[in-house]
Design a protein around this ligand. Structure first.
Ligand code: SF4
Length: 297
């Protein structure tokens, strides 16, 4: 993905529109709001946009719609770029092959997913909880979660090349078990607007049938210039999950119960600053922000 993607006016318009939609469509709760401009440089390309976030202190879950929309916009832009290069994305509704992989989620999303499931009507709530329990029981009984946590811990002392083969082996073992994500129904995502950010970032250009074999050379993934999921991994981290590496979607309910949530409360602009500080920490430090209060309540 080159910087041309970031310079495209169409992409910028879509990005701004998507952030506005997050508020206008009411997917961000109706609280006191603050609007402001965020400006930064990504791969040397200056970007500026307006965003509206809660003015009052909130948990990071309340900020998720903003970050989900950001991920959507990057996905739309990335799809356009690879299509223009003759390599269209092959992911289609009704293909849930990747939904049998260990899907990495963030601490914030663990609690968001737990809240989401609690909000389902019966009998759906009980059925989805049953699927979560079956999946978590399976991977706890095979020791996969523990071996994965060990791998993540050991990998921090290894080079990427050294840690990669074991990571691939573990992912293939998980996939081979054929345990579908508890939200997969008729090979489609039943929580599409609420799906984790890493699901939004998983796009492939290789033939869909290749996704049934997870060898690293078999699958061509679309690269993103900035991955909101990476920044979200650190956002508001409580430190409770250090022992498990990072959360995998199939154990979200188990983790939410085992580690009662105690996130800090912060105003939206502070969460936004934390997010962009993390997202851009490998970029040249040219981030600037200006904020102006406006009440949308
Ligand atoms: S949340 Fe949806 S897209 Fe993500 S793995 Fe589950 S079914 Fe697939």
């Amino acid at each position: 993905m080159d910087a041309g993607f970031l310079r495209s006016n169409e992409w910028r318009r879509e990005w701004i529109a998507s952030l506005t939609r997050a508020v206008n469509e009411g997917i961000v709760e109706n609280e006191e709001w603050v609007s402001g401009k965020v400006g930064f440089s990504l791969h040397g390309v200056p970007l500026e946009f307006e965003v509206t976030v809660p003015a009052t202190p909130v948990k990071p879950q309340r900020m998720l719609p903003v970050f989900q929309q950001l991920a959507n916009t990057f996905a739309v832009g990335a799809e356009e770029v690879v299509a223009s290069e003759g390599q269209p994305v092959s992911c289609r509704a009704g293909c849930g092959a990747c939904c049998r992989q260990p899907v990495p989620i963030t601490e914030t999303e663990v609690y968001h997913i737990a809240e989401l499931v609690e909000g389902f009507d019966e009998p759906r709530r009980s059925e989805v909880k049953r699927r979560f329990k079956a999946a978590a029981d399976h991977f706890n009984s095979t020791g996969w979660y523990d071996r994965f946590a060990d791998h993540v811990r050991r990998s921090s002392n290894l080079s990427l090349e050294e840690g990669f083969p074991e990571g691939v082996r573990l992912v293939r073992e998980y996939f081979a078990a054929g345990v579908a994500c508890p939200f997969l129904e008729n090979e489609s995502c039943s929580i599409h607007p609420d799906r984790p950010v890493s699901c939004r970032e998983y796009l492939v250009t290789s033939p869909a049938e290749n996704c049934s074999d997870l060898s690293p050379t078999n699958i061509a993934r679309v690269e993103f210039p900035l991955k909101p999921s990476k920044a979200l991994q650190k956002l508001g981290s409580m430190g409770d999950f250090d022992e498990i590496g990072f959360p995998v979607l199939s154990r979200a309910l188990e983790l939410a119960e085992r580690f009662p949530e105690h996130f800090d409360l912060k105003p939206g602009p502070e969460w936004l600053k934390d997010f962009f500080d993390e997202a851009l920490k490998d970029e040249k430090p040219t981030a600037e922000r200006s904020e102006s209060a406006s009440d949308h309540a």
